[in-house]
Each structure stands twice: as C-alpha cells, then as structure tokens.
Ligand binder design. Structure first.
Ligand code: ADP
Ligand code: MG
Length: 334
C-alpha cells in the first residue's frame, strides 16, 4: 500500500515547480489575496507558501492528506461542473508521501492557529499520510504549507535534479504566470537566506503592470487587449497579446484554461501561425490568453502532470481565436 502511494505520488508530483503550482492553486481557491513563497535549494530542501485565505478547520486536519480529500466536490457528478481549480483531492496527499509536510492554519472563527505535521514514515501512532493531534500555536488567519525534503524517499527522482538554479527558474516561471493571471492577488517569492525578493507583484497592479513587473516594459508597452466569445462552442477568451511592433527571439505563452495554467500545443501552434503573417521572419510574440470553457467540455480527468489539456471542438475554438487575433493585429497595424 505504501509503495503504491509513493509511486502514485511520484507521478502526480514530478518536480518542485509542479508541487508549488498545486499549492498556489489551493491558496487562490481559498480566497487568498496575498501569497508569500519561500524557496531553498530550488524547492528540493524547502518550499513554503503562506496565504491569507479562509484557512482550514481544525477538524479537517486529520484527514487532509488522505487521498481524495477535497472540500471542492460533494458528489462525483460535480466533476462536470467544477468552478474551482482543484477537484481531485490528491495534491496534498501526494506531497505528504514524498516529503515532510507541515500545515499551519487558522480560520476566522478559530481563536488560535493549528499546526499539523504529516509523515510517510512509520512513526506510531501516526499512520502514513495522517497527522498526530494538531498543536495549538500563534498565527494569523490563513494557511502556511511547508514542504521539506521533497523526494527524500524517492532517491532516483531526487538525483534527477542536477541544478537548483534551474529548478528555481521554473518555480519563478510558474509564479510569474499566476501573478499575471490572478488580478487582485499579491505574490512575492524569496530565496531562503537572501534578503531581497526574486519576484514581487502587488495586489493593486493592473494586468499590464503585472506583465511589466514579471516580464519587461518593452512587452508591456506593446500589448493589445483581446476578447472573443462564442455561444455555440461554449467558450469565452480574453487576454493581452503583443502587437505586430513587438518581437522577441522566443515566444512567451501564458495559457489558462478555467484558471489553471496549462499547455496546449494546438493553441500555441495555431496562434504562432497567425503571427508569422505579421512579424518579421523568426520574430516571436507574447501571448497571455485566459480561456473559459464550459467545464463539461474540458477533459477534467487529465492527469495533473499532463499539462496538455484537451477540450471538445478544439479546432473550431482555435479557428475563432486565430481569426480574432488576426483582426486585432491587422487593426493595430493600419
Ligand atoms: P483539491 O485542491 O483537489 O481539493 P488538495 O489535495 O490540493 O485537493 O487539497 C485538499 C483540501 O485541502 C482542499 O480541498 C482544501 O479544502 C484544503 N486546502 C488545501 N490548501 C489549502 C489552503 N491553502 N487554504 C485552505 N484550504 C486548503
Ligand atoms: Mg488542490
């Protein structure tokens, strides 16, 4: 059983950045407006995220890291109507099997914060994935999740990470994406033991200023707002795309589907194709696109690590988005 859990966990959590992505989504789901992230050794030694969201009830702590514990679906049928990021109740369970996990949390109603430690080791009386009795502690409303020694018990995976700076870059990349997308939320990320911040996005910033902060002024000064909706295929897309005046050596794609950062080669290739008509040879665009699709039409059972997402009528939807981008790029050109 333990081995099965460990293997399953290792398939869901494949790297520090993807553990962090799950934690960011949980914090945003909890209504947080401030996320503070602390990272040591590319996230392998320490990943800590503190939020000011609604917190977790003390009574829910013992079961928090059991598989399929989720406060986000009541019935299995609800899977077709999920409005929030999470729906599987597997992220925390998985992390607790391959790392040392500590959760400190306080709801508004609770008079103090509660701290729980989850382990995969055979410490009696704690069973794998469970916690001993939570301990009372001081703290503000919100939740702090501390993940230490990721993959400590999966040495082959642990060894695959050669460079902590490479892992840190991927962590900053995923935080950057959510910092652009989550308007009204402040993000800050620090390296453990360093004074300054690597990334600091304040809550009041506009979308354009979020892009300016995370990326650069050159792109922020050349953005065109984008919006298109279609009832027949049940979708709505909006975002900010670079104009024909902007060009970069590498393209930047921030794609969100139903508020989850995902990859879609079909969308990326389609949009890059439109830009080739407007940009000099070899020049690449910046594209931030947020797509809301009727959840019943999105492949919700897609594995968390499978970043490629699928949805119904992909071709038709991509065509509409491409047409709209071509129109906007043309309109700005003349
Ligand atoms: P899911 O997000 O799919 O429900 P997770 O394993 O990611 O599953 O989280 C399990 C549950 O833990 C969530 O449903 C939520 O109730 C609670 N939770 C996790 N992180 C937070 C957080 N930062 N603030 C409040 N509740 C949280
Ligand atoms: Mg989650």
């Amino acid at each position: 059983q333990d081995v099965v859990n460990k293997i399953a966990a290792g398939e869901i959590i494949v790297s520090p950045w993807n553990a962090l992505k799950e934690l960011i989504e949980n914090a945003v789901d909890a209504g947080a407006t401030t996320l503070e992230i602390l990272v040591k050794d590319g996230g392998l030694k320490l990943l800590q995220i503190s939020d000011n969201g609604h917190g977790i009830n003390k009574a829910d702590l013992p079961l928090l890291c059991q598989r399929h514990t989720t406060s986000k679906i009541k019935e299995f049928e609800d899977l077709t109507s999920i409005g929030t990021y999470g729906f599987r109740g597997e992220a925390l369970a998985s992390i607790s099997h391959i790392a040392h996990l500590t959760v400190t949390t306080k709801t508004r109603e609770s008079s103090c914060a509660w701290k729980a430690y989850y382990t995969n080791e055979n410490l009696t009386p704690i069973k794998p994935g469970q916690t001993a009795d939570p301990k009372a502690t001081a703290g503000k409303q919100g939740t702090q999740i501390t993940v230490e020694d990721l993959f400590y018990n999966v040495p082959t995976r642990r060894r695959a990470f050669r460079s902590s700076s490479e892992e840190y870059a991927k962590i900053l990349d995923i935080i950057g994406k959510y910092s652009v997308h989550c308007k009204g939320v402040a993000f800050c990320c620090k390296k453990y033991g360093e004074a300054g911040t690597s990334l600091n996005v304040q809550s009041h910033l506009s979308m354009v200023d979020r892009i300016r902060t995370v990326f650069n002024s050159a792109v922020a000064n050349d953005l065109i707002p984008f919006e298109v909706a279609n009832d027949r295929w049940g979708f709505r897309a909006d975002g900010l795309i670079s104009s024909a005046n902007y060009s970069a050596k590498k393209s930047t794609f921030l794609l969100f589907i139903n508020h989850r950062s995902v990859e879609s080669t079909a969308i990326r290739k389609g949009i890059e194709g439109v830009y080739t008509q407007f940009l000099p040879k070899g020049a690449k665009p910046f594209v931030y696109l947020s797509l809301d699709i009727d959840p019943a039409r999105v492949d919700v059972n897609v594995h968390p690590t499978k970043r490629e997402v699928g949805f119904l009528n992909e071709d038709e939807i991509i065509e509409i988005i491409k047409d709209e981008i071509a129109t906007r790029l043309g309109a700005v050109d003349t």
